[in-house]
Design a protein around this ligand. Structure first.
Ligand code: SF4
Length: 354
C-alpha cells in the first residue's frame, strides 16, 4: 500500500483554528482524559449560550464542540483560556488523550488519571510534537480494554501484574513499564516515518490491523469501588444545553467519554432526565452542515434503534457498531437498502436493529 497523497493539510478544528460550518464557526475544545471541572462546565455553558448555538456537543474522542459561533473567536479564546481549557496554544490540536473514563472510580488495574496529566505535560514540552496531525490519538487504558478498543494510534494498557503493554494501531507490541515515555517516543517516531499520513493505520505496516469490538461504559447507574454510586448519562445526539451543563456543574468534576456519554461520579437522581433511552445517533445534518441532504436529527428522532443517521457518505461521528443510515435521494440508504424516510424504522427492525 502506498502512502496517501494529501491534497490538503489536516484541518481538524480547534479553538484557535475553527471549522467554517454552515451554521457559523465550530470550535473543538480538547479535554484530556475527558475530565472537566464544575468551573469549566459553567464557562462552557456561558460560551454556548452567549456565543454559540446554546449547547455543547460531545465528540467521539471525549472532547466537546461549540457551534454557531462568530468567526471572530477572540472572546471565546479569552474565556476558555481563563478557565484553563487552552493551556498550550502551540499544541492545542494535538492534545488528544483518551483515558478509561471510570479509572480511579471503579475497576481497572491502575488509576490512569495522573498519567493523563503527565502525558499532556510531556507532549506539550516537545516543540516538534506541535506538528502532529490533529487526528493522531493517544490512549491510556487502565486494563479494562475500553479505550484500547477505540482505534488509538498509540495506547498503553495496564496489565494485571502492574506492568503494561504498548499498542500501535491497536496491535500489542510488547511489555512497557513506562507509559508516558513510551507514548511520547512513539509519537516522535511517527513524526519521523509518517510522510503525509495522519494516522498510524495509514502506514502500510498497520493498514490491515484488525479493530477491536467497542467496549463502552454501560449507560445508567454504576457502583464505585468505595461503595458509592455514580451515573453514566447518554444525552440524545450527545447534545447538552447550557442549563444541563449547569446542572452537571453541581458535581466537582465530570468525565466526557468517547461514546458521547458523561460520567458523574456522585449519583444524583435529578440528572437522569439528561439521559435518553434512545440508542440512535446522528451527525449534525441540515442546517448545520452544508453537505447534508436531510435534517437527519429530525428524522432520527422517529427511531430509537442503535443506528447512526448521516447526511452524506462521510458518516461523521458514526459509532463503529451502529447500523448505517445515510440520506440519499429524498430518503435513506439503510445498511445498503434505499427506503423512504417513513420506512426507515421498519427496515431497521427487519435488519435486526430494534
Ligand atoms: S456526515 Fe456529511 S452531512 Fe453529516 S456532518 Fe458529516 S459532512 Fe456533514
Amino acid at each position: 500500500m502506498s502512502l496517501p497523497a494529501r491534497a490538503r493539510p489536516d484541518a481538524c478544528p480547534g479553538v484557535f483554528a475553527t471549522h467554517d460550518a454552515a451554521d457559523g464557526a465550530l470550535a473543538r475544545v480538547r479535554l484530556p482524559g475527558g475530565r472537566v471541572t464544575a468551573t469549566q462546565l459553567w464557562v462552557l455553558a456561558d460560551c454556548a449560550e452567549q456565543l454559540g448555538d446554546g449547547a455543547v456537543h460531545l465528540t467521539s474522542r471525549g472532547n466537546v464542540q461549540l457551534r454557531g459561533l462568530s468567526r471572530d473567536t477572540g472572546e471565546l479564546v479569552a474565556r476558555l483560556s481563563d478557565a484553563g481549557l487552552l493551556p498550550a496554544p502551540s499544541h492545542e490540536r494535538v492534545r488528544n488523550f483518551l483515558a478509561s473514563p471510570l479509572s480511579g472510580l471503579a475497576g481497572g488495574f491502575v488509576d490512569v488519571r495522573p498519567l493523563v496529566a503527565e502525558l499532556d505535560a510531556a507532549v506539550c514540552a516537545r516543540p516538534e510534537l506541535a506538528g502532529l496531525p490533529g487526528r493522531f490519538l493517544f490512549a491510556l487504558d487502565d486494563g479494562r480494554g475500553d479505550v484500547a478498543a477505540e482505534d488509538a494510534d498509540v495506547c498503553w494498557q495496564a496489565t494485571a501484574d502492574g506492568a503494561g503493554t504498548l499498542l500501535r494501531a491497536g496491535q500489542p507490541v510488547g511489555p512497557e513499564p513506562d507509559p508516558v515515555r513510551a507514548l511520547v517516543r512513539e509519537a516522535l517516531r511517527f513524526m519521523e516515518i509518517r510522510g503525509d499520513a495522519w494516522r498510524m493505520r495509514e502506514l502500510p505496516q498497520f493498514a490491515d490491523a484488525p479493530k477491536r469490538p467497542a467496549r463502552p461504559v454501560p449507560v445508567g447507574e454504576f457502583r464505585r469501588a468505595d461503595g458509592g454510586r455514580g451515573l453514566c448519562l447518554a444525552p440524545l445526539f450527545g447534545e447538552l444545553s447550557a442549563a444541563s451543563l449547569r446542572l452537571l456543574a453541581e458535581s466537582p468534576e465530570v468525565v466526557v467519554t468517547p461514546w458521547r456519554t458523561v460520567i458523574v461520579p456522585e449519583f444524583r437522581a435529578e440528572l437522569a432526565e439528561l439521559s435518553s433511552d434512545s440508542q440512535v445517533s446522528a451527525c449534525i445534518g441540515t442546517p448545520g452542515c452544508a453537505k447534508s441532504r436531510a435534517d437527519v436529527r429530525g428524522d432520527a428522532r422517529r427511531v430509537s434503534a442503535h443506528a447512526h443517521f448521516s447526511g452524506c457518505e462521510r458518516r461523521c461521528g458514526k459509532p463503529r457498531d451502529a447500523a448505517d443510515v445515510v440520506a440519499e435521494n429524498g430518503g435513506y440508504r439503510v445498511e445498503g437498502t434505499w427506503v423512504p424516510v417513513e420506512r426507515v424504522a421498519e427496515l431497521l427492525v427487519q435488519k435486526g436493529n430494534p
